[in-house]
Design a protein. Structure first.
Length: 236
């Protein structure tokens, strides 16, 4: 767990008005983030925009990073992992086309922020994280903030979550070199899988994979991205 996760005091964003309560300053920074970084770049789904306005990103970053929580960039969260750029979180959520009845698998819990965003738009989220300290800290933050429809466990994302499959939506927040077969198998007919694909040093390809009623998949490239690599669990 990254240093500062359990700090109670928070720092206001650098552009806040002196004397503002920190939560008011964070809220204004969050609204500006959605307007300037997300809506201005073409994300239009009202539910996604509302979710991005509602979820307090500063609660999902280490305490020392909270001043930068609403910046237009990923941020380190420890263990060689990052919280994704806000625009990418919004874009992936919009590509997934969440519905109120959807069951979601997230591969790569990280900070828990992506799970929190999409959880506001779906029935349930099952999130798997390889790094156990991150799984524990994300689960604690999500529980503290009241995201009761998110379940987090530590495990190998390459295997998905077979006990809860199939899923209407699968979001992958780390980049495999190729899409894991288990994830394709756990995607429900009619479902959508959003995944960055490519090597560690490559410009990766954010892909939208859709499965039709007959089980056939089609893949569309969306934009070039750069994610941390998706890692398999070591045996032994």
């Amino acid at each position: 767990m990254a240093a500062g996760w359990l700090m109670v005091a928070t720092m206001a964003p650098a552009d806040c008005t002196p004397g503002d309560p920190p939560q008011d300053a964070f809220r204004r920074a969050r609204l500006a983030m959605v307007a300037d970084q997300i809506a201005a770049r073409g994300v239009t789904d009202p539910g996604v925009l509302d979710a991005m306005r509602a979820v307090p990103r500063h609660e999902f970053v280490p305490g020392a990073m909270r001043e930068d929580a609403y910046a237009d960039s990923p941020l380190p969260i420890g263990h060689g992992q990052t919280i994704s750029q806000p625009y990418i979180v919004a874009l992936m959520t919009e590509l997934a086309r969440p519905t109120a009845s959807a069951r979601v698998l997230e591969v790569g819990t990280g900070s828990g922020y992506q799970a929190a965003v999409i959880s506001r738009l779906v029935a349930s989220v099952f999130s798997v994280e390889l790094v156990d300290p991150l799984a524990q800290s994300a689960a604690a933050v999500l529980r503290r903030l009241g995201y009761g429809n998110v379940t987090v466990r530590s495990g190998d994302g390459y295997l998905g979550w077979p006990d809860e499959a199939p899923f209407d939506i699968i979001l992958v927040t780390a980049a495999p070199v190729a899409v894991p077969p288990a994830l394709l198998a756990q995607l429900k007919p009619g479902g959508r899988l959003v995944v960055p694909v490519g090597g560690r040093w490559d410009v990766q390809d954010l892909q939208l994979i859709e499965k039709d009623a007959a089980g056939k998949t089609t893949t569309r490239s969306v934009i070039p991205v750069r994610f941390v690599p998706m890692v398999k669990k070591r045996e032994g």
